[in-house]
Design a protein around this ligand. Structure first.
Ligand code: HEM
Ligand SMILES: *[C@@H]1O[C@H](CO)[C@@H](O)[C@H](O)[C@H]1NC(C)=O
Ligand SMILES: *[C@@H]1O[C@H](CO)[C@@H](O)[C@H](O)[C@H]1NC(C)=O
Length: 324
């Protein structure tokens, strides 16, 4: 009798586990396709591309800022544009998580891309898909790789600032922390090293790299002293420096070459080449830009697949900052 009760219990547990696994797989399964808007909005991709090109032509750093938005979106409840929601009675904006606050930029560009798309096809193209396409177009515009973007994501009606704090990496993370933060999103160590190569463009604030240039030992002495010039040990928190000191506005593999010379700007950059398990990947990318491009493109596609809302889930927002 006790064995019967026990086996019943085990069966129930097993069934419940299978159900949970199925549910979690289904709710996170990517069902995206590159031709999603071919009939509903054939002008979608060209409209987005034109608006992105105009924005980057005006300010080249914008390419960096826009690529970063897709990353900060996807790592928090999937690529669902939750990042774009502003504070509202039922929304605690992810924009205010410390990794993003006073740091993310380009939201006005996303607004203008969205209005351009709404003009040609109202209510059809999601903000989450716009972020994915904008990231690809930005990379391409500044000389980086291009790839085919899968589409069909829908927009969330929720945001989660606590999850943003928990899921987004920060500049003081060590290699182990970076590996586990990316693994939580289904991304491999190689994906993590390749995606970090986005730091071949764009700028960081003194507050993000002060610790590294004053206190770390895995940094070139001349480079550290140059960076201290505009980043004093107290004050000047918002002074900017390029993440790639050589070509901050071109997407290339200089980021990895810098790491070989201990000229990574962030602590979290230099840990990728610091006598650890990722040194070899950094060496490969520093010597072979084509390998970096191929792996970066593949990892961006993989990142874009993180838990999209599809089917009847979520909505197509009219304005990216607001739930309909
Ligand atoms: C590996 C973990 C990562 C950490 C710890 C990290 C951290 C940071 C930090 C601290 C900044 C400077 C922010 C500031 O001072 O305002 C930054 C900038 C940037 N990040 Fe990351 N990041 C990571 C991965 C990524 C990934 C995966 C991407 C995109 C695929 C990315 C794209 C960028 C870009 C392009 C910038 C420059 C933005 C601009 O100039 O506006 N980062 N990141
Ligand atoms: C950054 O992440 C580390 C974990 O690796 C954590 O200990 C630290 O508190 C975080 N930084 C901030 C400012 O919260
Ligand atoms: C360097 O480390 C010391 C001791 O951990 C700390 O008190 C100080 O604030 C750090 N300096 C900077 C500029 O981060």
């Amino acid at each position: 009798m006790s064995s019967k009760g026990c086996s019943f219990h085990i069966t129930t547990c097993f069934a419940a586990t299978v159900l949970l696994l199925l549910l979690s797989t289904f709710s996170c399964e990517a069902q995206l396709t590159p031709n999603y808007y071919d009939y509903a909005c054939p002008q979608a991709l060209s409209t987005i591309r034109a608006a992105v090109r105009a924005a980057i032509a005006k300010e080249r750093r914008m390419a960096a800022s826009l690529i970063r938005l897709h990353f900060h979106d996807c790592f928090v409840q999937g690529c669902d544009a939750s990042l774009l929601l502003d504070d509202a009675p039922n929304i605690v904006s992810e924009k205010n998580a410390f990794q993003s606050f006073k740091s993310l930029r380009g939201f006005e560009v996303i607004d203008s891309v969205k209005s351009a798309v709404e003009e040609v096809c109202p209510g059809v193209v999601s903000c989450a898909d716009i972020l994915a396409v904008v990231a690809r177009d930005s990379s391409e515009y500044v000389g980086g790789p291009t790839w085919t973007v899968k589409l069909g994501r829908r927009d969330s009606t929720t945001a989660n600032k606590d999850l943003a704090r928990a899921n987004l990496p920060n500049a003081t993370n060590d290699l182990d922390a970076l590996v586990s933060i990316f693994a939580r999103q289904g991304l491999s160590v190689k994906d993590m090293v390749a995606l970090s190569g986005a730091h071949t463009i764009g700028l960081a604030r003194c507050v993000s790299f002060r610790d590294h240039i004053y206190n770390d030992t895995d940094i070139d002495a001349g480079f550290a002293s140059t960076r201290r010039w505009r980043c004093p040990s107290a004050g000047g928190d918002c002074n900017l420096a390029p993440l790639d000191l050589v070509t901050p506005y071109s997407f290339d593999n200089n980021y990895y070459k810098n790491l070989l010379q201990e000229k990574g700007l962030l602590h979290s950059d230099q840990v990728l080449f610091n006598g650890g398990a990722t040194d070899d990947i950094v060496r490969v990318y520093s010597a072979n830009q084509a390998a970096f491009y191929a792996d970066f493109a593949a990892a961006m596609v993989k990142m874009g697949d993180i838990c999209p809302l599809t089917g009847a889930a979520g909505e197509i927002r009219k304005v990216c900052r607001l739930v309909n």
